[in-house]
Design a protein around this ligand. Sequence first.
Ligand code: NCD
Length: 330
Amino acid sequence: MPKITPRSLSTNSHLPFGDMQNSPFYGLDIITVKQFDREQLTYIFEVAHEMYEMVLRVGSFDLLKGKILANLFYQPSTRTSSSYTSAMERLGGSVIPINNVSYSSVTKGESLPDTIRTLEAYADVIVLRHPEVGSSALAAKYAKKPIINAGDGIGEHPTQALLDLFTIQEELGRVDGLTITMMGDLKYGRTVHSLARLLSLYNVRLYYVSPENLCIPAEIQDEIAAKGIPQEYLTDLMSVLPETDVLYVTRVQQEYFEDPDQHEALKGSYMITTETMTRAKNEMILMHPMPRVWEIDMAVDDDPRAAYFRQMEYGQYIRMALLAMVLGKA
Ligand code: NCD
């Protein structure tokens, strides 16, 4: 029987037999949208579209049979965590779910690098959501296996932005030439931080609508301005709604407010109703990363322009594509 030697343990586990080690995405960490260019995005969307067609045709298939994903969530999640589980299982792989770190050794005081090194001994890829900005980059520094950032505090949520952009591409057929209005908590909302950066690779116009103290961070505005993208900040939606092609709404991120009174005062700042929708283009799409709290009245759900439930389904295909790609199978 072959002996297990220290050298044969996990060090080479990035290179299992049969994988496409030449694929540009093989073994890649997904930490920030800044790592992508347009060509790569087109490729990801092509693979995601193929995943959609395969799910439609056969439901699930064995592309990642035998592969294991560790889903490590230090913050609450419904869509992100379950879409990764369903993506992995539809591809024939399996999942170690750690959705409640209070039942893991984290409560014994284990550090993030140690938890990551533990999970990579058992899994081929790790999806991480953590309250601190930079946590995924830190995890990637220690891990030999791919780390996928599923939200690092108020930093980024790159795979949400990929699925958001994929939604726009699939629903409107293009991204260039569109006017995109982001509304809500643009200060703490990591999904808008990633999406605004990703959109700056295209020829778009961006409007930001938020209360003054929930404005998109200056650092992100500067990055986008450096790409020559027109951006404008407003406190009222109505003047820009008629020319908007994509209205992207976010909730006020209660968990990051130190003062609960401030959150109370801001939480109902904006609400999309059926009346609001009468002022929007017929071809506009209304998006939301979810969960929604106050921002979109449920009566709007029946409007065909309400794309937020379709948007979450697109997320499954994007995540199938990303898992297959970083594991060298696409
Ligand atoms: C978002 C998040 O976690 O940042 N949710 C998600 O992943 N779909 C948005 C939010 O929580 O408001």
